[in-house]
Design a binder for this molecule. Structure first.
Ligand code: ADP
Ligand code: MG
Length: 449
């Protein structure tokens, strides 16, 4: 609720810059925000009929633009007069009586920070985001089941919680159940193991997972080889599906690659399967900015750049780096960080890795990764098979070790330092644009450690 008021204050501030002082005082400032209905319609109260008419006639376009800026592009608005507001208030009051009891429990399952608003959308995840949003708006109607897969730490759990948070807020009458697959398996096994009143415990388990409107199972790959649970889940799935209840599943791999029987794979695939990739550089920057903003922390752009440039294949690891900066700055009693602070925060990591690693070790790791010889990588040949590994080795040495470009040049057959710089920058750029390169560099870095 507080967030709604804050966003509305931003809209007002923007309007103040767009309209004359008189218009603002007379009409705009009189509006009151009531609710963001279903996440898409901002309900505003216009206390007098003339406020409503004036605004609709003269300022509706500007108002909509400001609302788009602050609440997102898909949000519309509606002006309610006194009578409409009263009707609305009485509807809300009667809804609340039914909703609150069951809803609290449902809502507690979800991390309140994992919302759609806090999820940064880019090329790598836009379709997944859109599908998740559509399912949250109309559960059980469009994409059933929704099957999301991606590598680790790329936002699957975040999106599931976002759906959960959305539904508990905007469709509080629906019963939502989120469970990690691991918990599902353990609970089922436990229910089988309880000796006295065995049937009761199993049926309690069934009741819990079948008597819902939306069931989310996180990391379904964990079910592989647990035959009894697979059987149970198969029936849970069918039961919910037949009753048009929404099922949402995440996994670290495609349905075909999960080690379960074919009939379950077929079930997984009968709705929408959507994958997410590693976010590209700009999205990584935006994610870092968003996380800093959530912590009410200010980061200089070069700090954000510095972190986003690293070839992360996992956003959680990227956040780990960010937390380190937060932690160090907090120790110094600050709520902001410059590049100097960040260097201080990462000092230990940098010296640790450079203590163990030598340029020779990096070169030989890269050579065996690409199946080429040390003579080739440091030599003069210019064919593609050696040029790329050479540039990668240069990049990795520069990135990992604190040695001058001229020295790196010497290691590579006496190459000029500008050649070394060029190679380093070229790979640095590619990491930002090309996920395959980013993944390869991350892989090599892990091997070098
Ligand atoms: P997964 O379930 O795929 O392993 P998570 O959902 O746990 O990944 O995400 C790992 C972390 O990365 C979380 O803190 C999440 O908020 C963050 N994250 C991932 N993608 C995004 C994104 N697009 N926008 C904002 N945060 C993201
Ligand atoms: Mg997860």
């Amino acid at each position: 609720m507080q967030e709604l008021q804050e966003l509305w204050q931003k809209v007002l501030m923007k309007m103040q810059n767009l309209v004359s002082a008189i218009t603002y005082d007379l009409w705009i400032s009189k509006l009151e925000v009531l609710e963001l209905k279903n996440g898409e319609t901002l309900l505003l109260y216009a206390p007098t009929a003339s406020t409503k008419t004036q605004i609709m006639k003269n300022n509706s376009k500007q108002l909509l633009e400001c609302i788009h800026d602050c609440f997102g592009e898909y949000v519309n608005f509606e002006l309610l007069d006194k009578e409409e507001k009263e009707k609305y208030m009485s509807e809300v009051a009667s809804d609340n009586v039914v909703a609150t009891e069951t809803n609290h429990q449902d809502r507690d399952q979800f991390n309140e920070k994992y919302t759609f608003d806090n999820f940064v959308v880019g090329k790598s995840n836009q379709f997944c985001y859109a599908a998740a949003h559509a399912v949250a708006k109309n559960p059980g109607e469009k994409f059933n089941p929704l099957f999301i897969h991606s590598g680790v730490g790329l936002g699957k759990t975040h999106l599931m919680h976002a759906i959960g948070n959305y539904i508990t807020q905007y469709s509080p009458h629906l019963k939502v159940k989120y469970v990690t697959c691991e918990k599902f398996v353990n609970e089922y096994i436990e229910s089988l193991g309880v000796k006295s009143g065995k049937d009761n415990v199993v049926s309690e388990f069934r009741e819990k997972y079948r008597n819902v409107d939306v069931l989310m199972i996180d990391d379904i790959q964990f079910i592989a080889k647990k035959d009894a649970t697979i059987e149970e889940f198969f029936h849970t799935f069918n039961d919910l599906y037949q009753n048009k209840k929404q099922i949402i599943i995440t996994s670290d791999r495609k349905p075909q690659e999960i080690d379960v029987e074919d009939r379950l794979k077929t079930r997984f695939s009968c709705g929408l399967i959507q994958d997410m990739q590693i976010p590209e550089f700009e999205t990584r920057m935006a994610i870092l900015k968003k996380k800093a903003q959530l912590e009410k922390f200010y980061l200089d752009d070069d700090v954000i750049n510095f972190i986003a440039e690293k070839p992360f294949t996992n956003i959680r690891e990227m956040e780990g780096m960010l937390s380190k900066v937060f932690f160090f700055a907090t120790l110094m009693g600050k709520k902001s960080a410059t590049m100097d602070d960040a260097r201080e925060a990462f000092k230990e990591d940098m010296t640790q890795s450079s203590e163990k690693t030598t340029p020779e070790h990096i070169i030989s790791t890269v050579c065996s990764y690409f199946g080429i010889s040390q003579m080739e990588i440091t030599g003069k040949k210019k064919n593609k098979e050696v040029v790329e590994p050479r540039m990668i080795a240069i990049y990795l040495i520069d990135d990992t070790l604190d040695i001058p470009l001229v020295t790196i040049g010497k290691l590579f057959g006496g190459r000029d330092h500008t050649t070394i710089m060029h190679a380093r920058d070229k790979i640095g750029e590619q990491i930002k644009r090309d996920n395959k390169m980013a993944a390869m560099i991350a892989d090599l870095k892990a091997k070098i450690k």
